[in-house]
Design a protein around this ligand. Structure first.
Ligand SMILES: [Zn+2]
Length: 470
């Protein structure tokens, strides 16, 4: 089977063919940085992480963009409540987000653009829409997208155009729109709110606009994959398609992929329901980050994930099983004599496990089947250790585990840390999250003095012990 994905727009599962063979472009709607992200948010980010990792493992060069929404009504309100500048608030929460990402071993996106640093691109996009007759200005100076000018509107969410936007909070009192369905591109400046001057007049961009402007800025007018939570299909992604395609006259995205909700006791996790669990709280409470990662990626991305305290306990015991297996394999590596038949079966098990894993991931990222291949590998590999396989057999199993781990990222770091190193590693993650590069470098030197070599890769900070190691 070749790689295939379910596309929300067509409703079909289709073979994946990059638009440009040199690079696959992936855009994921990122966080609004005014508070801590909850695990429902991170389920969606880790789904995108798994997608990107699998594309890379399949040999594609990927450019992954995750935006940071750093201007909107909620941010303006939160900064006012705290009495701090917006930039101070968003810098602080960006650092927390990056620390959560690192703790959960999310690969670092190639770009994490902020909306307020791409105002020129957003103004240019609105200008294009005005020029082409797809946008209009209201009396107060705000600019709206004219949905009646775009007959394809509603195709992603499969909505009846007449019934659209029912239930959505429509700011009809604040803005004199021509049509209740029209959405805002540019909000005219209001007293006490930040605004930007320019050809559109003083104002600030609407939320939908930033994702179109920044995705096209970094990935081109047409790109391969756009991800987000299922609740972003409408209106956010519907609006992105309309404003992008109306402006460029080209197809915006090749494949739309949406992650289902995370449920707690049958309810969607959301701030308004008050049932949220934050990544930072869980980790501070002693949760093993790898267990949390495993719990959040374990269900298929298109099915709802039912999360409870038991999910974390189950994931922690699964991680412990992996750790014990890796430790047993590592201990076997230096053993040169063993059962030749067991070594042969180990090589066959490694090959078969990778084939199963690949087949599952190629099938629209079927992580549950991929995990089944991993845990069967652990079970059968333990039997081969019992059957006295040598270091050669152990090495073939470690090799396939590492290939799998390039995608799932749940294997333990290697070796036992010397005293004090754990605290320095944690401090270094925090320093990097705060972009304190000087401190991060100092800590790397201190760790090296303890014999711990730190590397910064796409997966964040990883360490290994100096000297010959497994
Ligand atoms: Zn977005």
């Amino acid at each position: 089977m070749s790689l295939q994905f379910r596309d929300t727009l067509s409703g079909e599962t289709r073979p994946f063919t990059p638009l440009n063979s040199a690079q696959v472009g992936v855009y994921s709607c990122g966080p609004t940085i005014y508070g801590p992200a909850h695990i429902g948010n991170f389920r969606s980010f880790l789904f995108a992480d798994t997608l990107v990792r699998w594309l890379r493992a399949s040999g594609h060069t990927v450019r992954w963009v995750v935006n940071l929404t750093d201007i909107d009504d909620k941010i303006i309100r939160a900064a006012a409540v705290e009495g701090v500048a917006i930039r101070e608030l968003t810098d602080r929460w960006e650092a927390v987000f990056r620390a959560d990402m690192a703790a959960l071993r999310m690969a670092t996106p190639d770009e994490m653009p902020r909306a307020t640093e791409h105002i020129a691109e957003q103004i240019a996009l609105v200008q294009q829409l005005l020029d082409r007759g797809h946008a209009y200005r209201t009396d107060d100076g705000s600019i709206f997208f004219k949905i009646s000018s775009w007959p394809a509107y509603g195709k992603l969410a499969r909505l009846d155009p007449e019934a659209m936007r029912v239930g959505e909070r429509v700011e009809a009192d604040e803005y004199s729109k021509d049509d209740v369905r029209d959405f805002v591109l540019w909000k005219a400046a209001k007293p006490g709110e930040p605004s930007w001057d320019g050809p559109l007049g003083p104002g600030r961009p609407g939320w939908h606009l930033e994702c179109s402007a920044m995705s096209m800025r970094y990935l081109g007018e047409s790109f391969d994959l756009h991800t987000g939570g299922i609740d972003l299909v409408f209106p956010h992604h519907e609006d992105e398609i309309a404003q992008s395609e109306a402006a460029t006259g080209k197809p915006f995205v090749g494949t739309w992929m949406h992650c289902a909700h995370l449920h707690v006791s049958g309810d969607k996790m959301s701030k308004s329901r008050g049932n949220i669990s934050r990544v930072s709280d869980l980790l501070a409470g002693g949760a093993e980050p790898r267990a949390l990662r495993l719990a959040l990626i374990s269900a298929h991305y298109r099915t709802n994930l039912n999360y409870n305290d038991g999910s974390l306990t189950a994931a922690a015991s699964a991680v412990a099983r992996i750790d014990a297996f890796v430790a047993a394999l590592s201990a076997r590596l230096s053993i040169t004599s063993g059962d030749a038949d067991a070594d042969q079966r180990a090589a066959a098990l490694a090959a078969e496990s990778w084939t199963r894993f690949t087949k599952a991931m190629d099938d629209d990222l079927a992580v549950p089947e991929a995990l089944a291949a991993l845990f069967d590998l652990v079970r059968d590999g333990n039997r081969l250790l019992d059957a006295n396989c040598s270091g050669t057999g152990a090495q073939s199993l470690i090799d396939v585990l590492e290939n799998i781990d390039g995608v799932l990222a749940v294997l333990p770091d290697r070796g036992t840390l010397p005293a004090g190193a754990e605290a320095l590693l944690a401090e270094r993650i925090a320093a990097r999250a705060a972009k304190d590069w000087a401190r991060s470098d100092t800590l790397r030197d201190e760790l090296a003095n303890l014999g711990v070599l730190v590397e910064d890769g796409r997966d964040g900070q990883r360490w290994r012990l100096a000297g010959p190691q497994v």
